[in-house]
Design a protein around this ligand. Structure first.
Ligand code: ADP
Length: 345
């Protein structure tokens, strides 16, 4: 016959934080992992003095009064961050003991929150132009029905709003495509000089329109990196387009491509592409968050210029796929410099 399991040793042997509570509602065993989570409490204390959260208390009481199992969430803070634990409570009927184990589900909870935030952001971004479109359709059907001049003007605004929605959907699709491929390393050899030259050619009309001078500095020797040419073109387009848009009329955008035998941030030989403008710059507090989806340093200006708030998020994901890095240097009033670092091999 097997001897009865010793409670203290059994609890100690569990890999998860675990606590056993007996019929008198006192803690009879607690392992090291649970002490790290709940604090160094002595065995023998009433469990409510240790586990104060109502949903946990309720789950324990249910099991002590006969229910086979119950579940609860335990919320706490670890290293200054919110943490969420799923608590499973099981009744050990023969001993009249409730056994609690804690599982860290912080990452699952954070992913769920991110998804909800993202859906809320997308809905909000789409709703604004959609509301404008619906308002103008209403006006064109009613009060402005026979007013040819108003019709022209409203159709112009409607086109503008529809284009904004189109850009947003386009950027969302790019982002999801880029994310889907993020773990697949690009294998093509890409001539960065050709990519940069073609990007500058495509953006020239925008530069002319906004009276911005593009000043490239490109080396004579070829610069070849393993990469996806379309995606690298998108990186350069997003950065140079931002520099033109935010840099401002009459200013210059400096674009430099160079290689180095060693780039410290990559711990490898690499190339460095810098896009520097002479615009209003970005306050230091915004720099760490610029590549988050829909994060805007200057929301009003971004919207006025037709921005989606997704350009730098797309840049970040493409560079991750290429094992590259993005650095941003800026000071208010002194322009901004976006630096792309890409490994040569
Ligand atoms: P957007 O579509 O709003 O331009 P991005 O993801 O491309 O979105 O950029 C995020 C934010 O970073 C912008 O809203 C803007 O506030 C800021 N930003 C980006 N580039 C520059 C720049 N060259 N100068 C100043 N601010 C910039």
């Amino acid at each position: 016959m097997t001897a009865a399991l010793p409670v203290t040793e059994t609890i100690a042997a569990l890999p998860l934080p675990a606590v056993a509570i007996d019929g008198s509602e006192r803690i009879i065993a607690i392992n090291d992992a649970a002490q790290a989570l709940l604090g160094p409490f002595a065995v023998g204390r009433h469990f409510i003095t240790v586990l104060r959260q109502p949903s946990v208390v309720e789950a324990v009481e249910l099991c002590l009064s006969g229910k086979a199992s119950a579940a609860a969430q335990f919320l706490t803070r670890e290293n200054g961050q919110d943490a969420t634990y799923e608590v499973a409570v099981r009744r050990i009927a023969t001993a009249e003991v409730a056994l609690l184990t804690f599982q860290d589900v912080t990452h699952v909870a954070a992913a769920g929150q991110m998804r909800r935030d993202f859906v809320a952001n997308v809905s909000h971004e789409l709703r604004t132009p959609l509301t404008a479109l619906m308002g103008f359709i209403e006006t064109l059907r009613g009060p402005a029905r026979d007013d040819a001049a108003a019709r022209e003007r409203f159709l112009g605004i409607m086109t503008h709003e529809a284009e904004r929605m189109n850009r947003l959907v386009g950027d969302l699709l790019s982002l999801s495509r880029v994310e889907a491929q993020e773990r697949v390393r690009p294998t093509d050899k890409v001539d960065l000089k050709a990519v940069l030259t073609s990007t500058l050619r495509n953006l020239n009309p925008l530069a002319v329109e906004t009276d911005v001078t593009l000043r490239p500095q490109i080396p004579d020797d070829p610069v070849t990196v393993p990469g996806d040419a379309d995606q690298l073109q998108q990186v350069l387009t997003n950065l140079i387009e931002n520099a033109i848009k935010y840099g401002g009329e009459g200013k210059t955008v400096h674009i430099t491509l160079a290689t180095a035998d060693r780039i410290d941030a990559l711990r490898a030989p690499g190339c460095r592409i810098s896009v520097r403008d002479e615009g209003p710059g970005i306050d230091a507090q915004h720099l760490p968050r610029l590549t988050e989806r829909f994060y805007r340093a200057d929301s009003h200006r971004s919207r006025a210029l037709g921005g989606t708030g997704l350009g730098l998020a797309i840049v970040k994901h493409i560079l991750n796929r290429h094992r590259g890095r993005l650095k941003v240097q800026s000071e208010l009033g002194k322009g901004a410099e976006f630096i792309v670092l890409l490994p040569l091999e």
